[in-house]
Design a protein around this ligand. Structure first.
Ligand SMILES: Cc1cc2nc3c(=O)[nH]c(=O)nc-3n(C[C@H](O)[C@H](O)[C@H](O)COP(=O)(O)OP(=O)(O)OC[C@H]3O[C@@H](n4cnc5c(N)ncnc54)[C@H](O)[C@@H]3O)c2cc1C
Length: 480
């Protein structure tokens, strides 16, 4: 493999001869690396490993935060841990992260399931498990049916639209329990808002629904997801990573021989190739990040793809007070909530937590996420206790501690993960157009990576890792 095309000195000479490039002075010297990766989440780590292991060692990762992992964050708690970001490896077949985690003995034998336990309504009514299973089965069939549109030229407007229509048909056929079936349907919609990190299923493409092919398993890591990040990071020399270095601007153009990065702390870097792994949420939120802006198709993709929030609430108790395998919260359609408590309707339920017997985990989706993020942890604890006390019709203790996530207001994430929208169908955009490199001549200058750049495994950690590796491979192929 050759190193960079042209030496560092030659390229600097060319730039300094130009002096002024665009409106800015291209001053020397700055830190130069062959490849700079922005972000030390799974995509950034995947990219760095692929480059490093293939001999491309003049690389740097610039990470905004003080630690690696991005949307993976494990917090030590009560002689164990909780994962406030990603917690499971989804799928065991052909999953690169599953394989690495297995090799390093990081996996637990215990897999998790979602939506377990009692289905309880806001008035304390407990649903019969046969009815829960029947509605679950119907919804499962409908969701599976939605996968067939991938190869069709006509398709429903959205997943939300398709589910509503199909469920209506099922309800028309139903002879009993119609209202309860509708209430359970609403629970599934709420669950899907979390699963797809969207504000409404009207914003999820029915055409692309079948594209995602992640495995169904929820594999736990014995010591939390960060243990896998630590193993991967240990395969890189320390000097590759630079923390607390948020990049504020990426300057490139057709007549510059490198990309210049400006950090918030005043540092400047030059590189031949930049792999940008910031989340789609950050890209949407940073219109001046690239100067000049990205090509039209990429901007249209960033605009068209969806990125909304999900949240977790950990209720930590001194003593376990429940006997169930979890509580799933169902609401009567006519039941109204007011003021700061409206967000409660968006909690799907409280699940048990792997290896944490005294903790309940609440999942929040849709509009409940920003509303919850605005509240204090004390208020969240009080709201949840009031809700649990009412539906269980018994005294429920206040949690001794509440930990909730704030991914949506984090400036380095801005939400949960991406989804493919009906707007993507119209503009013919999606992960593939997002991951199309920006070339200057034949040089792949800017390459976006991250979960939103993976057409089959978007939204997942392994999808992020794979996309980083894919973009790094594109750089390696160019350098060969
Ligand atoms: C609550 C929650 C639960 C989830 N659960 C699962 C799960 O169980 N399983 C699963 O597979 N996936 C899960 N996911 C999704 C998964 O976490 C992500 O898909 C994946 O971690 C994304 O990795 P990434 O590298 O693409 O992005 P990120 O992890 O967001 O990494 C991007 C990095 O870029 C940094 N950055 C941002 N802006 C700048 C800047 N200007 N300069 C420098 N650095 C910057 C960020 O700090 C971050 O470290 C979950 C996500 C959330 C929010």
């Amino acid at each position: 493999m050759s190193t960079a095309k042209g030496t560092r000195f030659e390229r600097f000479k060319e730039v300094s001869v130009d002096g002024n490039v665009g409106n800015e002075m291209w001053k020397l010297p700055v830190n130069y690396y062959q490849v700079i990766i922005i972000g030390a989440g799974m995509a950034g780590i995947g990219a760095a490993l692929r480059l490093y292991e293939n001999g491309c060692k003049n690389i740097k990762i610039l990470e905004a935060k003080k630690e690696a992992g991005g949307r993976i964050k494990t917090i030590p708690l009560q002689n164990g841990f909780i994962d406030i970001g990603a917690q499971w490896i989804h799928g065991t077949d052909n999953n690169c992260l599953y394989r690495i985690a297995k090799e390093h003995n990081l996996l637990s034998d215990e897999m998790s399931e979602e939506g377990c336990g009692l289905y309880i309504r806001d008035d304390g009514f407990v649903f019969d498990s046969a009815l829960v299973d029947e509605v679950n089965f119907e919804l499962g069939k409908i969701i599976l049916e939605c996968e067939k549109f991938i190869d069709e030229s006509t398709f429903p407007i959205s997943v939300g639209n398709f589910l509503e229509d199909k469920f209506e048909t099922y309800i028309e056929r139903s002879k009993s329990d119609v209202e309860m079936k509708k209430e359970l349907f609403d629970w599934h919609i709420k669950f899907l808002l979390v699963d797809n990190s969207c504000s409404s299923l009207e914003y999820v493409s029915a055409k692309e629904w079948g594209r995602y092919n992640g495995g169904p398993e929820h594999v736990n890591l014995k010591n939390g997801y960060k243990s896998l990040v630590d193993v991967l990071i240990s395969m890189l020399p320390n000097k590759v990573l630079k923390y607390s270095s948020p990049v504020s601007r990426i300057c490139w153009s057709n007549n510059k021989n490198c990309v210049r990065l400006y950090c918030v702390n005043g540092e400047e870097y030059d590189c031949d190739h930049v792999i940008v792994t910031v989340s789609l949420g950050v890209l949407k939120d940073s219109p001046n990040f690239f100067q000049p802006n990205l090509p039209n198709k990429m901007r249209e993709t960033i605009h068209s793809m969806g990125f909304y929030g999900i949240a977790k609430i950990f209720l930590i108790y001194d003593v376990k007070w429940w006997n169930a395998n979890g509580f799933q919260l169902v609401w009567r359609r006519k039941r109204k909530l007011y003021g700061s408590k409206k967000w409660l309707r968006y909690i799907t339920g409280f699940d048990l937590v792997y290896n944490q017997p005294n903790i309940l985990l609440g999942w929040v989706g849709g509009e409940g996420v920003p509303a919850m993020e605005r509240l204090t942890e004390t208020d969240i604890g009080l709201h949840c206790t009031e809700l649990l006390t009412r539906i269980l019709n018994s005294t429920v203790p206040n949690p001794s501690k509440v930990i909730r996530t704030k991914w949506m207001c984090s400036p380095w994430v801005r939400g949960g993960y991406c989804h493919i929208t009906p707007q993507c169908d119209k503009t013919n955009t999606g992960p593939l157009t997002l991951s199309e490199p920006v070339f200057v001549g034949d040089v792949p200058r800017i390459l976006l990576a991250g979960e939103a750049c993976n057409s089959k495994h978007f939204s997942t950690t392994h999808g992020a890792f794979e996309s980083g590796q894919m973009q790094a491979q594109r750089v390696l192929d160019y350098l060969k």
